[in-house]
Structures are given as C-alpha cells and as structure tokens.
Design a protein around this ligand. Structure first.
Ligand code: SF4
Length: 420
C-alpha cells in the first residue's frame, strides 16, 4: 500500500539560472530538453482530475502541491491564478497546502502580492554569503544572482516567505554563513546535502580521503553550525535539518524526510509534459532513471505505484544495505537519501556516501543532548551515548542482521548499463 500526499509540479522545465551543481542541468541527466517549457493548463487540469480520484480512493483529505521547476516564476502571473482555480474547482473539499520553490531572482512586490493572495507559501534557494552564492548560483551569462536574491528575501519579510533552502557548501566558513543568516534575518532555513554518489563526488569532497575513517568534512561543518545555532539566544532561525535530528533523537516518531529517518517517501513529481515520476534529484545517478510511461493524460496516479524506481524510493528507509540494518543510528539516519547510495558497482546496495558524516553528526548531537539533561531524564529516555570510532569499527565486523537476498538483488539491479 502506497500513500503519496506531496506532489511536486514541474510547471517550468527551464531555468533562468545555471547553477553548477544542479541535478537537472549539470549532472547525469539531460532529459529536461525533451520537456515542454511550461506545463500546459490542460495538463494541470488532467493532473487535478487524477488527484481528485486518487485522493477519494485512498481517503486522503490533505495534499501538498509544490510549484517547482526549472524556475516556476518564468510563467506568467495569470498562470498561477488559473492553476489554483483548477485545483479548487476540481476538488473543492480537498485541503491543499500550496508552496513554491524559487530561485528568487524575479520575485518582486507584484509576485509576492499575487502569491500571498493565492496562499502559495514561498521558499527561496540561496547558497550563503554573496561570494559563495555567486560562485555557483549564476545566470546563463555567468553573472552571480546574489543581489537579486537578497532583495527578494528582504522583500519577503512583508509577505509569505516561508523560508530559505541552502545546499551545503563546506567551503563556506560557518561563522560567515551564520552571520549571513543573521544579516538577512532569516526566520526559517532548511539545509540539503549536495547531490552526488559514489561515482560522482559532491561539491567539496576530497575523494582521495574517502577511505580515511576520520574524514567527515560534512559532519565537521554541520557540527560547527549546530554549535553556533545552539548558542544563539537572540532570535535564532529555525533550522529544519537540526530540529528534525533533535526530535528523532528525543524519540519523536512520524518525522523525517528523504534524507533521514524511517518514514516512507510519499512524494511524486509531475513533469511539465504530465509524466508522473519519482523525485527528480535521483537523476544525478544516471540518465533516464526516473523515466517511465506514466502520464496524467493516460494514467491514474496510482499507476506510479507499479514503477520499480518509485517502489524503491518509497521504501528507501526500510530496504537498505546490510551495514545500515546493523547500524546503531539507523533509526535516525535511515540509510540516507536513496540517490546518495548509488554506485555503478552495487546499484543502491550501499550506505549513503555521507555515512561516516551521519555517524559523526548524529553521535555528536545525541551526546550533546544527553550531556544537557539531568541523569534521571537520560535514564527515562533510554538513549545511550554514542562513540563514533566504535560505530565505524563495527562496520568491519560480521553482521548480526542479514539482508534479505531478494532485497539485496533488487537494490543491486539498479545499474546504469541495465537501464539504457
Ligand atoms: S550511518 Fe551509515 S550505516 Fe548507519 S544507517 Fe546511515 S548510512 Fe547506514
């Protein structure tokens, strides 16, 4: 039984920026070139019809619709008015949460006014202080976009700016990054690990050090940021990444996302031609991995549940490599994002390529929480201090829990040469 309640609509397939790390344009997959530039209103209507029928069948009453791209604000303002009207007229009793992820470069007062009226909450992507942001988030002519983005963030304080999204760049000194967040008076921030896998190193990683047990550059970066954030008593921003980790360590259930935790991944993507697929960030693995023949013009949304890649993604925090099954932080880490586990040698039968970083980071935060609590609360919580080295060394020992051979075969069956 699958349950999808979040739908990412690729209303525009092109972008006015050309970010160097972008999974859509600059990593393994070029299939966006075959997509219409914008999702037609006919496609939106067909999707809304399929959504209504799916939600009725699955007894789903609340859905999230994310306007995404490319860059969604390349469409005209009337486009979004018409989209919202389509959704509300098609399924008036469905409770919608509308959000948009934009690069912010054209987000002016007029756009904010409209998006606020339509009740579309806005998230803006930023990569840190100007000199770092402008190194990666560039226009097609190579010019940086920081000035426009900072202006949109400033303007957003008056409107429905939901928060900022930042892809980790470990080359940014964390003090500079945190000062930037304070300068921009960010109220809410989410942080993503950069796309990459065992055959395509993400930004900032020194591949020659990967086998060094103590090489955890992402964890070191996150720990520095966590310390600054924790010590900030003056209106600190909400940082979803840390808050989720803390809640999971404290035993809260039912939280997590595709990066961590044990929840199922109930997210689907609708491309601008109406194709219904698994999340597009998996495209960083290899060309065509997300492709199937399912389209809102011909298929019910439930047809996606027959798709092998979707099935794997949906259960990605359950069907994991043997090392994860035996890992003491598995319930928090969940084996990481599926796309970060890929290698041509083993398909998805790997821990996340950020494995050591996750062990280090989770151990640090868990121990920090335990140290801040009275002994009686620690006992009630039933959580033990963690020793990084012990966990890393345990990965070399014989596993107690064995992986189901069928699951292992499935994880390994996803390989580039088999798909093309
Ligand atoms: S820390 Fe490593 S071994 Fe543990 S669950 Fe995460 S990816 Fe798997």
């Amino acid at each position: 039984m699958y349950r999808v309640t979040s739908f990412v609509l690729k209303t525009a397939s092109r972008c006015n920026l050309n970010c160097s790390y972008c999974y859509m344009y600059n990593m393994g997959d070029q299939t966006y070139l075959k997509q219409p530039k914008f999702m037609s209103l006919e496609t939106v209507q067909n999707f809304a019809d399929r959504l209504k029928s799916y939600c009725e069948n699955a007894e789903i009453t609340h859905v999230q619709i994310v306007f995404h791209g490319g860059e969604p604000l390349l469409a005209k303002p009337e486009y979004f008015e018409k989209c919202i009207a389509i959704f509300k007229n098609t399924a008036p009793t469905l409770a919608y949460v509308f959000t948009m992820q934009t690069n912010g470069v054209t987000l002016d007062e007029k756009w904010y006014t409209l998006l606020q009226k339509l009740n579309i909450a806005v998230g803006i992507s930023i990569d840190g202080p100007e000199k770092y942001h402008d190194e990666y988030r560039v226009f097609h002519n190579g010019k940086g976009s920081y000035t426009q983005v900072a202006k949109a963030i400033e303007l957003g304080k008056k409107y429905n700016l939901r928060g900022l999204l930042l892809v980790v760049n470990i080359n940014i000194p964390i003090e500079e990054l945190y000062a930037e967040m304070k300068k921009l008076a960010v109220s809410s921030l989410n942080i993503l690990l950069p796309d990459g896998h065992y055959d395509q190193a993400p930004l900032g990683l020194d591949v020659s050090k990967l086998h060094d047990k103590n090489y955890t550059p992402y964890a070191d970066w996150f720990i520095g940021l966590y310390k600054l954030w924790k010590e900030d008593r003056n209106n600190r921003p909400s940082i979803y990444f840390f808050e989720t980790l803390v809640k999971m360590i404290m035993g809260q259930e039912g939280i997590g996302n595709q990066l961590m935790g044990r929840r199922t991944n109930g997210v689907a993507v609708v491309e601008s031609d109406g194709s219904v697929e698994v999340v597009d960030s998996l495209r960083a693995c290899f060309e065509g991995i997300t492709r199937n023949d399912i389209n809102v013009h011909n298929n019910n949304l439930e047809d996606l549940f027959e798709d092998d890649t979707f099935q794997l993604y949906y259960r990605a925090h359950d069907e994991v490599t043997e090392q994860c099954l035996n890992c003491p932080v598995f319930d928090i880490c969940g084996g990481g994002f599926l796309g970060h586990r890929y290698s041509e040698a083993n398909g998805f039968d790997n821990p996340t390529m950020y494995c050591k970083d996750m062990v280090r980071l989770i151990s640090f935060i868990q121990n920090d929480i335990l140290n801040s609590l009275p002994a009686t609360s620690v006992e009630e919580l039933g959580v033990e201090p963690l020793v990084y080295e012990e966990i890393i060394n345990s990965f070399e020992e014989e596993s107690e829990i064995k992986i189901d051979p069928l699951i292992q075969e499935k994880l390994r069956s996803f390989k580039k040469e088999l798909q093309v």
